[in-house]
Design a protein around this ligand. Structure first.
Ligand code: SPD
Length: 361
């Protein structure tokens, strides 16, 4: 069967409620550090479904697997702009909303915003959302750059004079090409979603100019390293991951998340079911389960990411709801941008430029 006919077949069976009971198994592929300690255990206790849970830390890695197909995964969590082009490639099955009564808990405005990636939210539900900014160790950055270090600006990491000084305490960059280009383009005053070759070239040159001062490129190792004082700055850090580092840092070590004043990316991570998922019914059960107000609040309280579940908000700890880095005030929201979908050729150009930045060539 082709991918499209498998999709049509599974969807019509689910819609008719005609699926013979699935084996009690569910295969989830989610971002690392993105679920509460007891979410899976509670789901299994409630449903009898055993879960295999794998993790990744890159949209690019997830996409490569999805486009190859037959991943065996029942649920994945791509970010909105990646989801959008994966939908166009036929990667996901439409959701059967009759199986998702907890959709009523979701924040209508946020779901409407996410529908720019997935019309009518037909294939996906917001899992968590956040921004891409800077994470830093307050004392160490002050030690090398002084009390007026530009911690509210991308110049902290893109101005070579600053990057050079941060080299010894440890400057790390995310290994997330699309987002790092958004940040560099923003710093240069270009449209963050530009794919003009001349502008991409300038952003490449900018990041290459600080490459000698970067300790590593990695998108999840920084949580432990910031907490342990092994690095002092992460460029392109994700909201909750920096807060997790702050939460687990030793006494007296202050880690702060900052949304640069020039602007930063706001993103939605979307939970969706691959068209060839072996257990689509169980996948629907899990999506409905995580949309329970208490379950979603437990996840936010553990991972420090904002969710889009309105009913859960009264159950989210005040130390989280009161954090401007997680729930930015309107004047900061006004500086955020979202990612537009890239064509395959545009992505290739960015990935090639990123390879140059990383290799220092
Ligand atoms: N540790 C969880 C990280 C989730 C990050 N989502 C990616 C957003 C990309 N824009």
């Amino acid at each position: 069967m082709t991918k499209t006919s498998i999709l049509a077949f599974s969807v019509s069976l689910i819609a008719l409620g005609a699926v013979a009971e699935e084996e009690k198994v569910l295969n989830i592929y989610n971002w690392s550090d993105y679920i509460a300690e007891d979410t899976i255990e509670k789901f299994t206790a409630a449903t009898g479904i055993e879960v295999t849970y794998d993790v990744y830390d890159s949209n690019e890695v997830l996409e490569a697997k999805l486009l190859t197909g037959s991943t065996g995964y029942d649920l994945v969590v791509p970010t909105g702009d990646f989801l959008e082009r994966q939908i166009a490639a036929g990667v996901y099955m439409p959701l059967n909303k009759d199986m998702l009564p907890n959709l009523a808990n979701m924040d209508e405005k946020l779901m409407a915003a996410a529908s720019s990636h997935d019309s009518d939210n037909a294939h996906s539900v917001i899992y968590m959302w956040g921004t891409t900014g800077l994470g830093y160790n307050v004392a160490k950055v002050e030690e090398v750059l002084g009390a007026d270090a530009p911690t509210d600006s991308w110049s902290l990491v893109f101005d070579p004079a600053n990057a050079e000084k941060l080299k010894d305490c440890g400057l790390a960059f995310m290994d997330a090409p699309t987002e790092m280009f958004h940040a560099a383009l923003t710093y240069l005053g270009f449209d963050p979603n530009s794919h003009e070759p001349a502008e991409i070239e300038k952003a490449t040159a900018l990041m290459s100019s600080v490459q000698p001062y970067i300790r590593y490129f990695h998108s999840s190792q920084y949580i432990d390293d910031l907490a342990a004082g092994e690095i002092c700055v992460i460029a392109g850090g994700w909201t909750g991951d920096v807060y997790q580092a702050a939460d687990s840092a030793a006494d007296g070590v202050e880690i702060v998340y900052s949304i640069p004043k020039e602007g930063a990316l706001q993103w939605f991570d979307m939970i969706a079911i691959p068209a060839d998922a072996p257990h689509p019914e169980n996948a629907h059960k899990f999506i409905n389960f995580v949309m329970d107000a208490q379950i979603t609040a437990d996840i936010t309280n553990y991972v420090w990411y904002a969710n889009a579940n309105e009913a859960s908000m009264e159950l989210v700890d005040e130390e989280i709801t009161s954090e401007a880095g997680i729930f930015p005030p309107q004047e900061v929201k006004d500086t955020l941008y979202t990612a537009t979908v890239k064509t395959a050729a545009e992505s290739r150009m960015i990935n090639e430029a990123w390879a140059k930045v990383k290799s220092g060539s």
